[in-house]
Structure formats: C-alpha cells, structure tokens
Design a protein around this ligand. Structure first.
Ligand code: GLU
Length: 304
C-alpha cells in the first residue's frame, strides 16, 4: 500500500497561519515518502451547523494558491454519511454504542451528585447515566461504550507521536463514553475521522497539536471497528499576540494569497514554525520542493 497523508480542514472559516502549518506539514510528510505517496484533502463538513457556505471551496483555493494540490478529488464528509451509519451499526451490533437521553443539564447534575469535575478541555466527562438504558427518556445522542470496550484492557492506552514522543491516556477515566452522533443528526468528529481515514487508506495523520488529545479516542474506535491505526504526528501551534493559539473561534484572519509572493511568504512563515529554514526559489512550488529533504531529515519519514 502506498503511504497516504491527508489534510482535513473543517469549513468553519478560512485557513489561517496556524492551519497552513498543518496543511504544509501533511503535504511535506507525503512528498518526503517518495513518488508513490499520495496527499489527500478532506473537507470535514460533517458538523453541518458550524460550516459556512462556500468555505470548503475557499479553502481549496487558498491551498491551490500555495501550490498545495491534492492528488485526488477532495472528499466531502457530507457525501459519506452512509459509511458513518454502517460504522455505528457495527458498533451497536457489538454492544459498543448505546443511546443516551441526557441533556447537558442532566449530565451536570449527575456529575454534581457524584462530586466529580464537570469539564475537561471544555467537555463533560459523561457519568454513564444511560449506559444501562434510557429509562423512558428520548435518545439525544449515541455514545461509545468506552468502559465496556476497555474492560479487557483497562488503564492507559499508549502510543507514540512522531513529534511529541510517548503518549498515554486512560480514555474511560479521562474522557468517558464519548459521543458518536448527536441527537440533532450531525456525526461526531471522532467517528467520521476514523471511518474516513480508514476508507482513504491514510497511513500518516499529520495535524495540529490542538487535536492531539483526540488520538486515544480515535485509536479505541479503530480497534472497536477492526480498522488499522495510522502513524500520528502533531505539529506545533501558532499563537496570536495574546498568547492563545490562532483559531477560527478567536477570529484568526485568512493568510494573504493576493499575490504569488504573499502566498510564498505565508508558506515560509509556516515552514519556520516547523523548524524548516528559508527555501530557495521564487515560486511556492519551488519552495515546497526545497523543504522536502529538510522535512525528511527532521521528522524521519520512511523513504519508499
Ligand atoms: N477537521 C479538523 C479541524 O479542522 C481536523 C481533523 C483532523 O485532522 O483529524 O480541526
């Protein structure tokens, strides 16, 4: 199987200097693995409520302005819901997904009764209220039965990140039974990303460090669905003047691609974040080609 990498932006806003780092890193990682390797772009529009009309197309134009051209037609998650349905059905058959009728308020109250912390990274650690049935409540979400799945091998899950090194997380304790699909229809990122990466044959996930915390959940889902686990590399984050990471949520501006020089300068800034020096060549394509050997030396990609 050829190495496959991907860039998977959510069309909730234009790409900014931070997301360009992830795009560039995933592209370089593929090119560093030889001519058979393929770079894919997936528009992650599964969470339809947060997506903005026309934003997927704008992101693809921003990438093209930087000579970051996918090797295949981009995939859109909204075209793939049948695959997510099938994965959820498989988990249900195995008793690893269950419906949950709890509102946020129900979860907060249950956590308060248990004297447990409410939040972790802005998410509630689900106390397992509906694990044994809805007790007449209407279903609001489908959850992964983390504790049940981990019963055979409780404790920390371990993996190695190509940049961050040895990682571990006890998903049952730190995250709990996480959501696979929300009541209002949208598929959760965790399920969609695992199904998509497997269907697209992704061997290398290279993305921003803000997503590193999701990796253990994704590895669990891969195991529960009998799917392979790719290698992971999480890239450094770009911080704004206020010290917070640049994000669409805090209104990070699109990088400038008004001229080829501006696009090349944006790439150069992204390369610097990755520890790559200035590249020769006036065009984006030349600069990109120049960074490939440096990436290979830094991140030790396997040449094919
Ligand atoms: N769609 C996610 C985002 O834009 C990235 C998903 C991933 O790379 O796994 O934050």
């Amino acid at each position: 199987m050829p190495p496959v990498g991907r860039f998977a932006p959510s069309p909730t806003g234009p790409l900014h200097a931070g997301s360009l780092v992830a795009a560039l890193a995933s592209w370089l990682d593929v090119r560093a693995q030889g001519p058979r390797a393929r770079w894919l772009v997936r528009i992650e529009d599964a969470d339809t409520e947060r997506c903005l009309p026309g934003m997927g197309e704008r992101i693809l134009r921003q990438l093209a302005d930087c000579a970051l051209i996918p090797d295949e037609e981009p995939v859109w998650q909204t075209a793939r819901t049948a695959r997510y349905e099938a994965a959820l059905a498989r988990l249900r058959e195995r008793g690893l997904a269950y419906p949950c009728g709890c509102s946020r308020k129900d979860i907060d109250e249950a956590l308060a009764r248990l004297g447990r912390q409410h939040e972790r990274h802005g998410e509630r650690v689900y106390p397992g209220t509906c694990r044994d049935g809805l007790r007449g409540k209407p279903a609001r979400a489908w959850r992964f039965a983390t504790q049940k799945f981990e019963a055979a091998a409780p404790g920390e899950l371990h993996w190695t990140d190509r940049r961050l090194g040895a990682q571990g997380q006890d998903v049952a304790r730190e995250v709990g039974d996480f959501v696979l699909r929300r009541a209002d229809g949208p598929w959760a990122y965790q399920l969609a990303v695992v199904v998509d990466d497997a269907d697209q044959g992704v061997s290398d996930v290279v993305r921003g460090e803000d997503l590193a915390d999701n990796t253990a959940r994704q590895i669990l889902l891969q195991r529960a669905l009998g799917l392979p686990t790719p290698r992971y590399l999480h890239t450094p984050l770009v911080r704004g003047a206020d010290g917070h990471k640049l994000s669409k949520q805090n209104g990070a501006a699109a990088f400038d691609t008004a001229t080829p020089e501006a696009a090349r300068a944006a790439l150069e800034a992204a390369a610097r974040v990755l520890g790559l020096g200035p590249a020769a060549g006036a065009s984006c394509a030349e600069a990109l080609a120049g960074w490939v050997p440096a990436w290979r030396a830094l991140y030790n990609s396997r040449p094919q």
